[in-house]
Design a protein. Sequence first.
Length: 220
Amino acid sequence: MDQNELKRAVAQAALAYVPEGQIIGVGTGSTANFFIEGLASIRDRIRGAVASSEASAQRLRVHGIPLFDLNDVEGLSVYVDGADEVDGGLCMIKGGGAALTREKIVAAASSKFVCICDASKRVDVLGRFPLPVEVIPMARELVARGLAELGGRPKVREGVITDNGNVIIDVHGLSITAPAELEARINNMPGVVTNGIFALRPADVLLLGSESGVQTLSLR
């Protein structure tokens, strides 16, 4: 199977985690797009969705899935999203699509986080994929210097402005052996909105697509 077929397989498997009559959280990116396509086939069984980006919101609208503002709901039963990397503890790097802040917010509001990705995203140690950090524009150089002090090579993502009006700095060359600690440390830098480590709120379930089928990993 090619990579798109693997993504489609895990997206279909994630539909089993969607409870009837509920509002669910929907992520951003190529794998999440396949999930949105699958969700369209059962849209009459759910109340609607909260999107983690404007791009996903538009896709949900096209498929006739009702959209809710997170401020208007008390919580979400499940959040389904992909990852750029995921380790054995189900900690992730996310933000390749520059939606990391809203993704982290929706994940925090959800009772269960189901991560869907193909086997190429599974790693022993996070950091091979550059770590995205969303930064308020006036703090760009200040934050970049701080990230360099951590041993990484920060690079501003050219031509990218987030849905929140901020910039993305991608940090190359990190080996993230203590993801929760590093997540908190970077988030404490003045000017940082958030970073793409999802360790303080990791995935609850990982659906991993491989040539042998969809594997399910869970720590709970």
